[in-house]
Design a protein around this ligand. Structure first.
Ligand SMILES: [Zn+2]
Length: 76
């Protein structure tokens, strides 16, 4: 194998590794984003893990949820 071929081979392998690394990084970022999605309520209260596990998209703590539910019930 000539030197230029070897260099090409190495560059190719490196590009492939970088691609795989990029995919890993994106997947990691998505995982982190899911985990860090609104861990805190608007009021600053930490939403309990149990609640977030049960309702992955919940954005409010139990107190605020109850408060808003009560308000919307009163409004309707
Ligand atoms: Zn709250």
């Amino acid at each position: 194998m000539s030197v230029s071929n070897l260099a090409f081979e190495l560059a190719d392998r490196r590009a492939e590794e970088e691609r795989a690394e990029g995919i890993r990084r994106v997947q990691q970022a998505l995982r982190v984003k899911r985990l860090t999605l609104s861990p805190f309520c608007d009021c600053g209260e930490l939403i309990p893990d149990e609640r977030r596990k049960a309702m992955p998209n919940c954005k409010r703590c139990i107190d605020c949820e109850t408060f808003i539910e009560r308000q919307s019930r009163r409004a309707s």
